[in-house]
Design a protein around this ligand. Structure first.
Ligand code: 5GP
Length: 120
């Protein structure tokens, strides 16, 4: 199993307001902000506010309202960014093999150009 949630990870610090971010959406359950090192013209991260690292734990243990609130935020942000028609890509890196850098659950939204068949 993965280790305990690290309250000093960078997204926890962003949630506490200790590190600034360029916010695009915030609600009761989630926060969305621009990635500091964008890999596409639009590159936004959507995170739940809860202390979750693992998708297995989040999906199994989070209250339904939190899961629903988070999923709704992802779709809402993509639409608000104007990506619904041109299209976009959602990506979540989970764990070592996927090079998850920040141990707080997050979804990347990429868009703003044709993205090719897959990200490497
Ligand atoms: P991962 O590899 O964990 O899926 O992606 C983490 C993402 O967080 C990377 O795309 C990285 O650029 C972004 N990131 C890391 N530190 C910060 C930060 O302090 N602020 C913002 N806005 N993004 C960050």
């Amino acid at each position: 199993a993965l280790g305990d949630y690290d309250d000093n990870n960078i997204f926890a610090r962003i949630l506490r307001g200790e590190i600034p971010c360029t916010k695009v959406h915030e609600d009761k359950w989630s926060l969305a902000f621009h990635d500091i090192n964008p890999q596409a013209p639009t590159h936004v991260l959507v995170i739940p506010k809860g202390r979750w690292r693992s998708w297995a734990d989040f999906s199994a243990q989070a209250p339904d309202a939190e899961i629903a609130g988070y999923v709704r935020a992802v779709g809402r942000v993509a639409k608000a960014l104007g990506l619904e028609v041109p299209g976009y890509r959602l990506l979540a890196n989970a764990g070592l093999d996927a090079h998850q850098e920040v141990p707080h659950l997050h979804i990347h939204i990429f868009g703003g150009k044709p993205l090719g068949a897959m990200l490497s």
